[in-house]
Design a protein around this ligand. Structure first.
Ligand SMILES: [Cu+2]
Length: 531
């Protein structure tokens, strides 16, 4: 019997309610991330065997800021399974991204050092072990990774502190007697392994005491395959303020939104208007499907599912909502140099992209960092495919050829839900992190086949030409290379970046300075990209 502490509880209010008060995953303390098989007390008095990270399910919440470097040791202490963790949403160098070829054997460990170069956003981490991702994530190998800027949030007027709550949602099969067993049938390999009960931050029958103010909830769909149609039991509307890549630029009001596996959404919910002693339930609303979405007798895609009950135990609370959010500069689809089409289909019981199932050793395509591309996902099936790219954020530009008007399609995403029969276009551009990455469906029963390797390559460094013209030095280089900045050094050790814009001379960029008698060295350095 392992009565493991699975998280702290909010200190807010003190009224008791049926079910379990929402747990908040403990924050990561910098110690090694240890993956092991353990007994957990998820249901009071019941022992559940599952996979834990540092004894927790979900794993500890990693909180860092832009400019930090995430350094950690990952220890695989599973009994017999290889494992590797992927930092979903982090713009990580390829060698630490958690590609399945980076898996380590039981008893082994590895280190990562990922510079945090992106704006605040809600990321997560999960197992990405080839052929085992669905099984390991279902049994518990996942956690939150928050890139935060509390000062910015306070300046924007967003709820912080106890009014800013992460909700890691996943489903679970309750007919398995308190076990997190993963045993998909052939049917579930096709449509996904769906549960009939929700765990929120690992809490069954979760509830949270709230006041009548505005709350910020950051919701992760951590289900293997279930699409969540988020909405409230009293049909209250809520504001959509962000997704995978951080805040949107506006706060649109909706009564429901669809969140595919792997996707995150940040919402503002006001409990103003609910009197003390009443409650409302955040649930996944029922929705019709074209095809069966579960086993013949099991849970199905589109079934309603209660996630968490909010009990208004306290009066008052701040009802302020920011009127606007900072503008975003999204990738310009007009700068696209090509359209890449990915046909998502199923043939002979296999999930394919452009007719192919995943092969670890095959590189399916190359993209050049800095280029803008349109990626077009063509869903030729009756199922949902949440398509995820590592190493970049994109923005959704059209659905079925029409510019998208869905509030949740704003802003930056790393995963987009492609509905049955739908064609979705996104504009994507990769930063200066070369190497091997993955693009795949985040239905984790599809992922092992519906996945491709791609390689990010960097353009050749343009050649510098250095000439003396009278008492000036003229440094020039080919001009369409806007990703590069000129740097100067006198000792080849420290380099000073020239921040003034170079002038354009024909098809060259040109920069001049007065010649000196001291030694001067010049080089081009890639401009760091944050998105
Ligand atoms: Cu899929």
């Amino acid at each position: 019997m392992g009565a493991t502490l699975l998280g702290r509880q909010t200190s807010f209010a003190g009224v008791n309610h049926p079910g379990q008060q929402l747990r908040l995953p403990l924050d990561w303390d910098g110690s090694p991330l240890v993956l092991n098989e353990t007994n957990l007390e998820i249901w009071p008095g019941q022992t559940t065997s599952g996979l834990a990270i540092n004894g927790l399910l979900p794993g500890p919440t990693i909180r860092l800021s832009k400019g930090d470097v995430f350094t950690a040791q990952i220890q695989n202490q599973l009994d017999s399974e290889e494992a590797v963790l992927h930092w979903h949403g982090l713009l990580s160098p390829a060698e630490y991204d958690g590609h399945p070829n980076q898996k380590v054997a039981p008893g082994e460990s590895y280190n990562v050092a990922v510079p945090i170069v992106q704006d605040p956003s809600m990321c997560w981490y999960h197992a990405h072990t080839h052929d085992l991702t669905g099984s390991q994530v279902y049994r518990g190998l996942a956690g939150l990774f928050l890139i935060e800027d509390r000062e910015r949030d306070e300046a924007l007027g967003l709820p912080t502190g106890i009014h800013d709550i992460p909700l890691v949602v996943r489903d679970w099969k309750s007919n398995a007697s308190y076990e997190l067993n993963y045993a998909p049938s052939m049917f579930e390999h096709m449509w996904g392994y769906l549960g009939d009960t929700a765990l929120v931050n690992g809490t069954p029958d979760a509830w949270l005491p709230v006041d009548q103010g505005v709350w910020r909830f950051r919701v992760l769909n951590g289900c293997n395959a279930r699409v969540l149609r988020l909405g409230f039991s009293d049909s209250r509307s809520f504001r959509v303020i962000g997704s995978d890549g951080g805040l949107f630029s506006s706060l649109e009001s909706v009564q429901s939104l669809d969140l595919g596996p792997g996707q995150r959404v940040e919402i503002l919910v006001s409990f103003d208007g609910l009197s003390v002693g009443t409650s409302t339930i955040l649930r996944s609303l029922a929705f019709p499907i074209a095809a069966p979405g579960g086993g013949p007798a099991g849970p199905r895609q589109g079934d309603p599912l209660d996630l968490i009950t909010f009990h208004v135990d306290t009066s008052g609370g701040s009802t302020a909502i920011p009127s606007t959010l900072p503008a975003l500069e999204l990738t310009d689809p007009d700068k696209s140099i090509r359209t890449r089409t990915f046909a998502l289909s199923r043939a002979s019981g296999e999930h394919t992209i452009n007719g192919l199932t995943y092969q670890m050793s095959r590189i399916d395509y190359q993209v050049t960092s800095g280029n803008v591309e349109i990626w077009e996902f063509v869903n030729q099936t009756q199922d949902y495919h949440p398509m995820h790219s590592h190493a970049a954020f994109f923005h959704v530009i059209s659905r079925n050829g029409n510019p998208t008007t869905q509030p949740f399609d704003q802003g930056w995403h790393d995963t987009v839900l492609v509905y049955p029969g739908e064609t979705v276009q996104v504009a994507i551009s990769f930063g200066p992190r070369p190497g091997l990455f993955l693009m795949h469906c985040h239905n984790l029963e599809h992922e092992r086949q519906m996945m491709q390797n791609f390689e990010v390559v960097t353009p050749e460094t343009p050649e510098l030409e250095i000439q003396r013209a009278g008492d000036e030095v003229v440094v020039s280089w080919p001009s369409p290379s806007e990703d590069w900045q000129l740097q100067i050094s006198s000792d080849l050790r420290t380099w000073e970046t020239i921040n003034s814009e170079p002038s354009i001379a024909g098809d060259l960029f040109e920069w001049r300075e007065a010649s000196t008698t001291s030694r001067r060295f010049y080089r081009l350095s890639r401009i760091p990209t944050s998105i």
